[in-house]
Design a protein around this ligand. Structure first.
Ligand code: F0G
Length: 361
């Protein structure tokens, strides 16, 4: 059907099914941001805005495949732990497939837009007195006991769909510049996208569609107080150390135990990438700068640009590099963070002259 030839399902040859439970997803823009590009000082900077997917995050690319797999398997109940976006996507795609959905959220730590989506799309929302990692422990336990089908990024079907981010970036970049990007900078939570992009590029290399040296350097960004992947990269460790206490304004990546680390650490290392931690203030500044050029993203997404800035300052990223930053979720996901970061409304009298007077002040 027409819907399945768009977006994610245009790459069906690289996916485990010919079509999925689709809304449809993918085909997201690769924005130009000339002012940021100038300021950061790289050969080119583009923003792959995954917030433009149907539920406002990249999770839709995984769910279109994952929920299709669940339907194929005939499972009774879909479940995920989530910092918000996964729950919104699962609720929507589960609803589309007419399946029961259960989402476990860390109480008080999920942005308003995401809870609203999960609620309205019809998921049962279980608020856990614990962080995301605790929620994921519980869901894994439920899945292990056969009580639910797990749709977190531990589910390999999810990552299959998310590979298409990499395919779209390479195609669009090649069309615009005649070359692939040198580096892809992305926020890291569970490191699912890092693992998915690495798999996408390895498959292209195996198919002789990409030279090994053309694989973009995968560069992960975490919030300073939730940075176990950065720690592992800096220490040259093969495994991550689980952080029990994590905190950041970027609640989407408020994660202390990135479950895809075994797949993602080699992805970062073998592509010549790196990982960097950024402060919440740096995230907010990047969010404001992106929004200033019309690209509205949630805080976790802005971490990519904040991380790029830091790596330029440190001289890790060269000025001749072509860089793509991945922005993973839409501004409206977290309206509270947007209010906090943006301009304050100014009360004015109900009178044109008084409004002009106010503007002159
Ligand atoms: N950015 C956003 C907006 C996210 O929602 C997430 C993950 C990430 C980045 C990190 O991606 O896990 O592939 O490294 N959100 C998950 C959720 C945990 O439950 O919505 P990753």
């Amino acid at each position: 059907s027409a819907a399945t030839e768009r977006g994610v399902w245009r790459y069906a040859a690289a996916l485990p099914f010919d079509e999925g439970v689709s809304l449809p997803e993918g085909d997201t823009p690769l924005h130009r941001v000339p002012r940021l590009e100038d300021e950061v000082g790289v050969a080119s900077l583009r923003i792959k805005h995954e917030g433009m997917n149907p539920t406002g995050s990249f999770k839709d690319r995984g769910m279109t495949v994952g929920v299709r797999a669940a339907r194929e398997l005939g499972v009774g109940r879909l479940a995920c732990a989530s910092t918000g976006n996964t729950s919104a996507a699962l609720a929507a795609y589960g609803g589309r497939a007419d399946m029961e959905t259960l989402v476990l959220l860390p109480a008080g730590k999920v942005a308003a837009g995401k809870v609203a989506q999960a609620a309205l799309h019809g998921a049962r929302i279980l608020e856990v007195d614990g962080n995301f990692d605790a929620c994921l422990d519980i869901v894994q336990e439920l899945a292990g006991r056969g009580e639910a089908y797990l749709l977190n990024s531990l589910n390999p079907f999810r990552l299959e769909g998310q590979k298409t981010i990499g395919f779209e970036i390479l195609e669009a970049h090649l069309a615009d510049y005649g070359t692939f990007p040198d580096r892809i900078v992305l926020p890291v939570g569970n490191a699912g996208n890092t693992a998915a992009l690495y798999k996408a590029f390895r498959e292209l290399v195996q198919a002789d569609a990409l030279e090994p040296e053309e694989v973009p350097a995968l560069t992960g960004v975490q919030a300073a107080d939730a940075a176990p992947m950065v720690e592992a990269i800096e220490d040259g460790a093969d495994e991550i150390r689980r952080w029990e206490e994590v905190e950041t304004i970027a609640t989407a990546i408020r994660i202390g135990n990135p479950v895809n680390a075994p797949k993602a650490l080699p992805g970062i290392r073998n592509t010549g990438g790196t990982a960097v931690a950024v402060a919440d203030e740096e995230i907010t500044a990047a969010q404001r700068d992106l929004a200033g050029e019309g690209v509205g993203v949630e805080p976790a997404s802005a971490a990519s640009v904040a991380g790029l800035r830091k790596l330029r300052d440190r001289g890790v990223v060269d000025d001749d590099e072509r860089v793509v930053c991945l922005t993973t979720g839409h501004l409206l996901k977290d309206p509270d963070a947007a209010y906090e970061a943006g301009n304050d409304p100014e009360p004015v009298p109900n009178d044109a002259d008084a409004v002009l007077e106010h503007l002159r002040e």
